[in-house]
Ligand binder design. Structure first.
Ligand SMILES: O=C1C[C@@H](O)[C@H](O)[C@@H](O)C1=O
Ligand SMILES: [Co+2]
Length: 298
């Protein structure tokens, strides 16, 4: 299985406070969040909107708890806005993450995205890029990838529900259109399953380019409800579509096996956004940690 010197376990703050739905977990503090991550046995985190932006303050709070920053989300608008606008914001984000010691930068294209539109049915209204937009996205990501490389960092692209890069076919197209030394892939088990893709197939196809992993599970009954009632992505999250690995319909064992066979190196980040009032974040973090230990020995 995984080499403990090459694979590290982290957890995202989104289970404590949801940046996309600020009403979920608004009461949970930054300190509670990172203390509970450490208590559950994780050594890494991504960055949430309650995290201090002053890198000295952030480093001190995290080091007291033995936590490092693995990465943080960046929204690109390469298909809808001038490249320079995205590049300027990307450089600030990159420099912050570099200062925090992160090696990868998570990027998701938000041009035409409906992931944040409260009432847009996620299956029915997902956007599709024109060929011109695909070109803009691919060339723009390569340029951002070069900016990442200036700091010896990697851009990892996050496929996502309700965006133009959601399905396996769209992931394949993006990977085909971009330079593999500049644009890498983030593998998110929850988004692939939500979209109806086969995560094993995606993993096998792109194993060499996967440099960051988000682990989340899906509740099958909620997924059926999302499709039947034409819910939006955010309504799906609120309804409990996502949960921690081992608590839903995904079989993680073959995925862990394939990742380890591909000599995966980097972070495995548990990222299971759900309503913290219904799913206690510490309890679910402990549950996830236990499941991963049982299945991988990590
Ligand atoms: O990586 C992610 C970041 C979140 O903001 C997003 O909506 C979530 O679903 C995700 O996978
Ligand atoms: Co994710």
């Amino acid at each position: 299985m995984f080499d403990k010197n090459k694979v590290s376990l982290g957890i995202a703050p989104i289970a404590w406070t949801n940046d996309d739905l600020p009403e979920l977990g608004g009461e949970n503090t930054f300190e509670q969040c990172i203390s509970e991550m450490a208590l559950a046995g994780f050594i890494g985190s991504e960055v949430g909107n309650k995290y201090p932006r002053d890198t000295n303050i952030l480093k001190r709070a995290l080091s007291l708890r033995g936590i490092s920053i693995a990465s943080a989300w960046f929204s690109s608008f390469l298909t809808t806005r001038p490249y320079e606008e995205t590049a300027e914001a990307f450089i600030g984000h990159r420099d912050f993450l570099h200062e925090m010691g992160a090696k990868v930068i998570v990027v998701a294209e938000q041009g035409h995205s409906i992931q944040g539109i409260t009432d847009a049915p996620v299956f029915e209204k997902k956007p599709f890029f024109t060929e011109r937009e695909w070109e803009q996205l691919a060339r723009g990501l390569e340029s951002l990838g070069k900016l990442a490389a200036e700091k010896r960092m990697k851009l990892v692209y996050h496929h996502h529900m309700g965006t133009g890069v959601q399905t396996a076919a769209e992931i394949n197209k993006l990977m085909d259109m971009t330079d593999p030394s500049l644009v890498y892939l983030l593998f998110d088990t929850g988004h692939l399953t939500f979209s109806g893709e086969n995560p094993e197939e995606v993993l096998l196809t792109h194993a060499g380019r996967i440099k960051h992993v988000h682990l989340k599970d899906i509740r099958r009954d909620i997924l059926q409800k999302v499709s039947k009632e034409q819910l939006s992505f955010l309504q799906a999250v609120k309804a409990g579509a996502f949960t921690v690995p081992g608590d839903g319909m995904i079989d993680f064992e073959p995925l862990f096996n394939l990742l380890s066979k591909a000599n995966y190196q980097g972070w495995l980040i548990v990222e299971a956004e759900q309503d913290p009032a219904l799913a206690n974040p510490l309890e679910y973090a402990i549950k996830a940690r236990k499941y991963i230990r049982e299945k991988t020995g990590l």
